[in-house]
Design a protein around this ligand. Structure first.
Ligand SMILES: [Zn+2]
Length: 449
């Protein structure tokens, strides 16, 4: 048994003061109770933490870890297709297994330092440079990187059977192969703690109708959600109209596969009918505001989707930076800039749940809440960090703290300790299982490989 004590503890849905979390040997939360009650429990604790402020780990619902390799060229692309053609595909064409592993180490270690404890890694570089299958080795390299730094990973395995350009040869599999490889990978990791796999037809342009339908069916067999990039760029609408005669979301509806199990990545160019349909079918959204800004994608109608009851969680997508609090901040600020009004998502608790609570079901994981039965994925914060001042002295510290966590905190500095599954993986802001020098060496070696 282990124990965490805190003056202020947010479970994801409520504040508690002077509370304790009791963690069991499976790395889950056994009990949440007042500290004075925990003092009288008959347990012996092998580890005990104290922190003034404790919150759930953030759940990153959409990442492409290897894209950290594009950071040095962030300022150069002229538009989305220029970025894809002149930067993304050339990188993809030269990536090898060592680089896939090392770039994931960099992305994942930064995520941990920024307060993420689960990543949904949307992965699609399945083939070697000559276009033949890596036989799951690339996906496994990404999973190993997460395990090596201690991050919980859901490998969102992309299925991609539409390839006409050289870069796409790294992604392409026949529909049968994509489905069988995904099923095999999901089965392989179903017994391994901290790892799971769910299917994701890449997009309407990357996957055929038959493959998208097959992936939705596979998700049903696996009892898992499925993800798809949808309505990211305006050009996605013209593409879907031309190929299928419908707007993007209406395609999924026409094929009878839009459901509660569906998570749309982006969902920027949904019109009013689309948004009503999305709510009716209870589909969820993985929203990536920083990447959407960087790529010039646009602004999703978040307040409208929220008013319709759509579940929304956040992602770091291209991983230009790696912390989710900033993504929550941008979610609100983008609306303000668009509407020329403040207070677009007036209840800060709604933004806070996008960081943690909402991500759990979207990745089918018991994460994002500090409640019994959930994994003990926990952030211990340093109330002495100036970016959290003066919230603790405010008349209503609970609301003040949520505002500061989202709009002012410097996560990599204010988050002292990160615990994943009851195990400490970040201490004093540094990754414990692999330190930053080791990660830098792996990156340098990968460049030479
Ligand atoms: Zn993406």
């Amino acid at each position: 048994m282990k124990r965490i004590n805190s003056k202020y503890l947010h479970t994801g849905t409520r504040w508690l003061t002077d509370a304790s979390l009791i963690l069991n040997a499976e790395g889950r939360i056994e009990k949440v109770c007042p500290q004075h009650e925990a003092d009288h429990l008959p347990h012996r604790y092998e580890e005990e933490w104290e922190a003034p402020l404790v919150i759930p780990g953030c759940v990153n619902t959409h990442s492409h870890a290897f894209q950290v390799m594009l950071r040095p060229t962030t300022g150069q692309p002229q538009h989305f297709h220029d970025w894809v053609e002149r930067f993304l595909y050339p990188l993809v064409e030269t990536l090898n297994e060592e680089q896939i592993y090392a770039s994931a180490l960099l992305a994942f270690s930064e995520m941990l330092r920024g307060g993420m404890t689960t990543v949904g890694e949307f992965f699609y570089v399945h083939n070697l440079a000559d276009g033949t299958s890596s036989r799951q080795r690339h996906a496994q390299a990404v999973i190993e990187a997460a395990r090596d730094v201690g991050l919980r990973i859901v490998l969102i395995r992309a299925l991609y059977d539409q390839a006409s350009k050289p870069g796409q040869q790294r992604f392409y599999e026949s529909a049968d192969q994509a489905l069988s490889q995904t099923a095999e990978l999901a089965k392989h990791y179903s017994r391994i703690d901290g790892v799971s796999v769910l299917p994701a037809p890449h997009s309407l342009h990357g996957a055929s109708r038959a493959l998208i339908e097959g992936a939705a069916e596979l998700a049903q067999q696996l009892k898992s959600p499925w993800h798809i990039h949808l309505a990211e760029q305006q050009s996605d609408i013209a593409f879907a109209q031309e190929r299928y005669g419908h707007r993007p979301l209406q395609c999924l509806e026409a094929w009878g596969i839009l459901s509660e199990a569906t998570t749309l990545v982006h969902g920027i160019w949904l019109d009013e009918d689309d948004r009503a349909l999305m709510a009716r079918r209870k589909a969820a959204l993985a929203y990536n505001p920083q990447t959407n800004m960087a790529l010039g994608d646009g602004i999703a109608r978040i307040p409208d989707l929220l008013s319709r009851g759509v579940r929304i969680a956040l992602g770091t997508d291209a991983n230009l930076t790696s912390e989710l609090f900033g993504e929550a901040r941008l979610t609100e600020y983008l609306q303000r800039v668009q509407q020329l009004q403040m207070g677009q998502i007036p209840d800060v608790r709604v933004l806070f749940r996008m960081l943690n609570v909402n991500g759990g079901p979207i990745l089918a994981q018991s994460v994002g809440q500090l409640e019994p039965g959930y994994y003990a994925d926990v952030l211990l914060l340093d109330a002495e960090h100036p970016s959290l001042w003066p919230a603790l002295d405010a008349p209503q510290p609970e609301t003040a703290l949520l505002n500061q966590l989202i709009f002012s905190m410097v996560p990599q500095e204010a988050i002292q300790t990160v615990i994943v599954g009851g195990r400490e993986v970040v201490q004093q802001g540094e990754t414990l299982l692999l330190d930053r020098q080791a990660i830098r060496r792996r990156l340098a070696q990968a460049r030479q490989a």
